[in-house]
Design a protein around this ligand. Structure first.
Ligand code: RAM
Length: 373
């Protein structure tokens, strides 16, 4: 089964079509610092200092927190435009709800680097923590301590370990991404045949590991029998490390046909490396249309995918607020609606307390110019 744009555009959020420049630093970034274990994280960015953003088709009014709701977003790393994009959605929701929005996190996606930020938010008694896990297990004790202190914990993008969050907001079903990655590789390898390799983020990332595991299951099917997965390498969502890993793949596997990079940092680095090398290797995976547009047009990356990242942050903030107010308890089977998302239809908290934002999008030369994010 192939998840193509033609099947998906009908459910894409307006934000995916109109959200502008989210990967170009158009939003306020928090200070880039990694605290020593005993040093509290850098100062916060209050919602009132955040410039207006465009999410779900309407500009956010400039706003200041008017109530006691305070939500801290802790991304895998702060110097990754993916999380700036998610933050625009969080800020938009904060505006709507009269809450405050702060984003705090490490500058590298290292496994336990988020722990001091969780501890700091706990000490400050924020209402909720929304977190994308660098390592699901390394952060679990700090998160369960936060929950024990009465703080609601919402995972988004990359899940903390089960039991260490109230709700996990998954951007899209893990299986759909694994299926899409296998299909894109099959489309781009000549006659769906030849060597392929994965350039991932960190080795401990819950989301990339789930997508790769699901892709491997799909690749075991008869349709993909001509594809040989040479291996998985890790660029740690660091542009330089990702570049080095992509260069090493080209050298190590002279018969490589496709690099699959399920990371916005990795796919951009891999496309740049392949283009510079004048290689015929194709690149696919998960990336921002604005980052990848030229590579779609020159044939380096004929197709790849993503979802509306601002909507992910928006949904994570709304769920945080609903947990804090008691509107939802965070139990399996509960349903709730969120303005401007899911066509007004309710979301359901599914097994493992997971809520799914929606299906992924596939971008190619026929539709890339209709997206601006
Ligand atoms: C990177 C991060 C993030 C992932 C995207 C696709 O920015 O690893 O967690 O969801 O890529």
């Amino acid at each position: 089964m192939s998840y193509r744009f033609s099947r998906l555009v009908g459910v894409a959020s307006v934000a995916a079509l109109v959200f502008a420049a989210c990967s170009s630093g158009a939003t306020a970034s928090p200070p880039a610092s990694t605290p020593a274990a005993s040093t509290p994280p850098a100062s916060t960015v209050p919602a009132s200092t955040v410039p207006a953003s465009t999410v779900a088709g309407s500009p956010a009014a400039s706003c200041a927190a008017s109530g006691s709701l305070s939500v801290v977003f802790i991304p895998k790393q702060i110097n990754n435009s993916y999380f700036d994009a998610a933050a625009t959605g969080g800020k938009k929701a904060a505006c709507e709800l009269g809450g405050s929005f702060d984003q705090q996190g490490p500058s590298t996606a290292a496994s336990d680097a988020q722990v001091p930020f969780i501890q700091d938010a706990t000490t400050k008694k924020v209402s909720a923590i929304a977190i994308s896990a660098d390592d699901p297990n390394a952060i679990a004790p700090a998160l369960t301590a936060a929950m024990a202190a009465g703080i609601k914990v919402v995972g988004y993008d990359s899940s903390p370990a089960a039991g260490a969050y109230n709700v996990f907001v998954n951007q899209t079903d893990f299986g759909l991404i694994g299926q899409s990655m296998a299909d894109w590789a099959c489309d781009l390898a000549p006659s769906c045949t030849g060597e392929i390799a994965v350039l991932s983020a960190t080795a401990t990332a819950t989301n990339q590991n789930a997508w790769i595991a699901s892709m491997k299951t799909v690749l075991a099917g008869a349709k993909y029998a001509g594809l040989k997965l040479d291996g998985v390498v890790y660029g740690n969502d660091d542009p330089q490390a990702s570049t080095t890993q992509a260069q090493a793949l080209l050298q190590k596997y002279p018969n490589l046909k496709v690099i699959i990079a399920p990371t916005t940092v990795g796919i951009l680095a891999a496309a740049q490396v392949v283009k510079q090398a004048g290689s015929s290797v194709k690149v696919t995976g998960l990336g921002f249309p604005n980052d990848m547009r030229s590579f779609v047009k020159d044939g380096t990356t004929p197709e790849f995918g993503l979802w509306s990242v601002p909507d992910l942050g928006y949904l994570a903030y709304w769920i945080s607020a609903k947990l804090v107010s008691g509107d939802i308890k965070g139990t399996v089977g509960e349903t709730f609606t969120v303005p401007s998302l899911n066509g007004g239809k309710p979301y359901t908290i599914a097994a493992n307390n997971v809520v799914i934002l929606g299906p992924p999008l596939t971008f190619n030369k026929d539709n890339i110019d209709t997206f601006n994010f």
